[in-house]
Design a protein around this ligand. Sequence first.
Ligand SMILES: Nc1ncnc2c1ncn2[C@@H]1O[C@H](COP(=O)(O)OP(=O)(O)OP(=O)(O)O)[C@@H](O)[C@H]1O
Length: 295
Amino acid sequence: MDIALEAVQLGKRYGRRWALQGCSFRLPAGGIVGLVGPNGAGKSTLLHLAVGLLRPDAGDVRVFGRSPYDDPAVLPDIGFVAQDTPLYRDFTAAELVQLGGRMNARWDAALARERLGQLGIPPKLPVGKLSGGQRAQVALALALAKRPRLLLLDEPVASLDPLARREFLQSLMGSVTDSGTTVLLSSHLLADLERACDHLLVLRASRVRLAGAVDDLVATHRQLVGPRHDGEPIAGVGAVVRARHTERQSTLLARVDGVVDPDWTVHDVTLEDVILAYLGDGETDTTRTDWEVPA
Ligand SMILES: Nc1ncnc2c1ncn2[C@@H]1O[C@H](COP(=O)(O)OP(=O)(O)OP(=O)(O)O)[C@@H](O)[C@H]1O
């Protein structure tokens, strides 16, 4: 399997505080990966390490087998749109498309112009005078024009209205299918991630809590309702991720690995249920740091 992004015991600290720690996963090439986590979990730090803007303090990060910090030859393969979509504000979108052509060897200016035209972005207005959402669209068009093999997007839809968000995600899905680009996309909008992503990476408190293919994660987790549970093993349950109790009854979100004890009523879960359970303070160990991709 072709691996787009790999981290092995990756760590980064600012001063004495670790922003990312013991982070290991392998991201298969192709498809969209959702990067989720509470504020301060380390998402932007991970993206900055992956594009070579930061140097790891521990472990290793590799993009298509190469270190982005030490090996600039891999940088043309990586597209990055930072959280605040920084652009030269006095330049027009048309000028930025032209500029991109001078700075990138394989630049698809026609693709960028077509995209900006479809979105009705005024090409002759300085981008500083566009709305935040329009600027985000310009940044994405420029990133796609680079024809990257790995595209890193830090909360790209945060400033978009609901219609623009849907259009953005649809066009992203389309371009992934057309080009084979791998996208790693951080977002707090779980419903969007459920619609757009093939894989998921969940960070909490500087560590990877969950990683895997969306279909696999939804298929292997269930909500169980049954008698009050105080931690004893349950047949068919691999791990309890989150537990809530009343005096007589417990409601669990659990990873199942077989036929569940018939004392428990079993319900399907959504991806959002799974993510929220791993983001919460589960009463049992929520750590699951293996990257699992079905064959
Ligand atoms: N330049 C910096 N100097 C010092 N600490 C930093 C710096 N950048 C990030 N941090 C700290 O590292 C931790 C992770 O930050 P990071 O920006 O990666 O989180 P995040 O998951 O992207 O958060 P958000 O969802 O709010 O964007 C936080 O505790 C943050 O305060």
